[in-house]
Design a protein around this ligand. Sequence first.
Ligand SMILES: [Cu+2]
Length: 314
Amino acid sequence: MRRIIKSIVSAGAMLAPALAAAQEAVAAAPVPPVATTDVPAATPALLPPTPGIGQPTGGIDLQTPVTDIAIEAQNMVHNVLNPVMFAVAIFVLILLAWTIVRYRAGANPVPSKNSHNTVIEVVWTVVPALILIVIAFPSFRLLANQYDPPRADITIKAIGHQWYWEYEYPDQGGFTFDSIMLTNEEATKRGTPKLLDVDNRMVVPAGATVKVLTTAADVIHSFAMPAFYVKMDAVPGRINETWFKVDKPGVYFGQCSELCGTKHAYMPIAIEVLPKAQFDAWVAAKQKENGIEPKVAEAPAAEAAPAATPAAAE
Ligand SMILES: [Cu+2]
């Protein structure tokens, strides 16, 4: 059933006249795996968002960072990039103003014939190069930290669709569910920001390193969570990888950040970070809902059984 819906959705994406049909398919998509009405049962603790955290606040600054990488990135912006940028902009502005006044035609009836000044030419080549080197050190350190993640505690696959996200939990038995934006009325009822909250949030344990594999079923999407400093393209037929580790339980909102069609703005990402015990309860509820045997407790027995069979055959 899901495959049929997926193929309808991707076919609709390619054929512009069939877009309306695809939209109908998208609307129908959430029904088979997880009905919207199942949310309260499957999500034992529906955390309320913290004002100003994990969501846009209307300011001009970056969102409050909640991961170590995000803190490092924000420090780089505030302490390295912004000072350099402002200093260069102000210096160039002053230089321009001085040149306009000092070398205006009225004050210089006989123009200078100078065309070279070796000292100035060396300075304006060396100084920008030095500035780039100063920026490069923290920049490469940040890149290295970002692309050298600690060992993952849990892996989640985020699949972009036109126009919603689907999440898969391969470590927990492989259950999947769709994550569809709430209407404004539903968001108001839940007390969450409009255009950002979804029926089924991605749920992760607090303090765990979460590896996110991103891919897409139709066109290129992008999995972006500003408070985590995470943005990774979700490309059909490819798997990209990103990661985050959030210690503080809460709800964090992001959005698809790759133009992916008419409803690009309406496929938000909501990640709920729960304490480990609550996360385990959520996983248990999801496994029950999907008819998956809880793997964690029975793992040794389950592994013993297949091992015994070939031995017996020999
Ligand atoms: Cu998208």
